[in-house]
Structure formats: C-alpha cells, structure tokens
Design a protein around this ligand. Structure first.
Ligand SMILES: [Mg+2]
Ligand SMILES: [Zn+2]
Length: 195
C-alpha cells in the first residue's frame, strides 16, 4: 500500500496574508485588488518546513467578494495569481489551491448556491483528498475562523485556530488547538509528527 499522504490545509486570508482594511466600509476583508495584498512575514519558511516534513500544502479559501458584488471576478483572479506568484518568489509552491466563490444570497444567479465547498462545508478538503490521495485523519487544517474549524472537523482533520484580527467570526468552535499564528501552528504540527 502506498504511504499515506498527509496535508496541511491552509485558510488564506488571516493565516497566510492579512485581511485588508477598507476605510469606506470600516471593515477588514479579503484583499479585493492586488495592491491590497501582502503576505505575512515569516510564513514562507514555515510552509517550507512543513513541505520538508512531508506535508502537502493545500489552500482552501472562501472568496465570496464577487458573489457579494464587492469586486469583479477578474480582480479575484488577479489577487489569486498575485498571491501564488508572491509565494513562488519566496520558494513555496502549493500542491493545490481551491477557492469557493459562491454565496447563498448572491445576486449573481450562477454564484447563488448553497454549495458544499463553502466552509464550514468540507467540500474543498474532500475534493483535495480525492485528487491528491490525502489521508484526512492524519492531516491538519489551520484557520482563523470557526468556519475553518468546522470544515476541518467534518473532514476528520486535526484543527488549529489561529488568532484573528477580525471580530465576530470565532468563539463558537472547539478547535483541537489554538495558536497565535501560523509559525506557532507549524511548530505544533512538526512536534506532533515527531512524537
Ligand atoms: Mg480566514
Ligand atoms: Zn462553493
């Protein structure tokens, strides 16, 4: 039998890159344009260590801003490409990048769905597991919202909640672990592996 493939599922906004602040709405949100994107300091070396320890790296991100008509589909795609390019410059290639652009109340008919990919549903994790032959039980998810934790739980992963800059999106889930940031989560995951 093939060796089990382990993954770390990574929420994007708030874990790998900070949310952007939009003064006109007084709101933190996903970066809606490439100039609003920056990546967290120190994240790339953590991801490389996870990779070196044998973990696949899979981004799983809800991106409903176009469904909510806060930005365009092209801008969302541009931010994704800028994100991937930035990490490539830093020496990190993700094994898979999955996003859900749906929203159940979208005014755009093709995006108005109660889909199974939007976290807290586990669809993106299940899809990645099928595509990359990932053993979910020996995989982890790191996120900054309850919805990340619930998606991970439903998929059978070990869950890590990192501290969020946002208000009101967590406090109701029961993560297996809580960490300050991805660097701390990385230490935890690597330590668990060697136990
Ligand atoms: Mg997040
Ligand atoms: Zn979806």
């Amino acid at each position: 039998m093939d060796e089990l493939r382990r993954a770390v599922f990574l929420d994007r906004d708030g874990v790998l890159n900070p949310q952007a602040y939009y003064a006109e709405r007084d709101e933190l949100d996903s970066p809606l344009a490439t100039e609003d994107l920056r990546v967290y300091e120190g994240v790339a070396p953590c991801l490389k260590r996870l990779r070196d320890a044998g973990y696949l790296l899979v981004v799983v991100t809800n991106q409903p801003a176009y469904a909510k008509q806060k930005t365009t589909a092209d801008d969302l795609t541009a931010v994704r490409e800028a994100f991937l390019a930035r990490f490539r410059e830093l020496g990190v290639e993700f094994d898979l990048y999955l996003s859900c652009r749906h929203h159940p109340q979208s005014a755009i008919p093709e995006l108005r769905q109660s889909c199974d990919c939007r976290k807290p549903m586990p669809g993106m994790l299940l899809r990645a597991a099928r595509e990359l032959a990932i053993d979910l039980r020996s995989s982890w998810i790191v996120g900054d919202r309850d919805t990340d934790i619930w998606a991970g739980e439903k998929a059978g992963c070990t869950t890590v909640l990192v501290r969020s800059l946002e208000q009101g999106h967590n406090g109701h889930s029961n993560p297996d672990y809580r960490c300050g940031d991805l660097a701390e989560a990385c230490e935890l995951i690597l330590g668990a592996r060697s136990r």
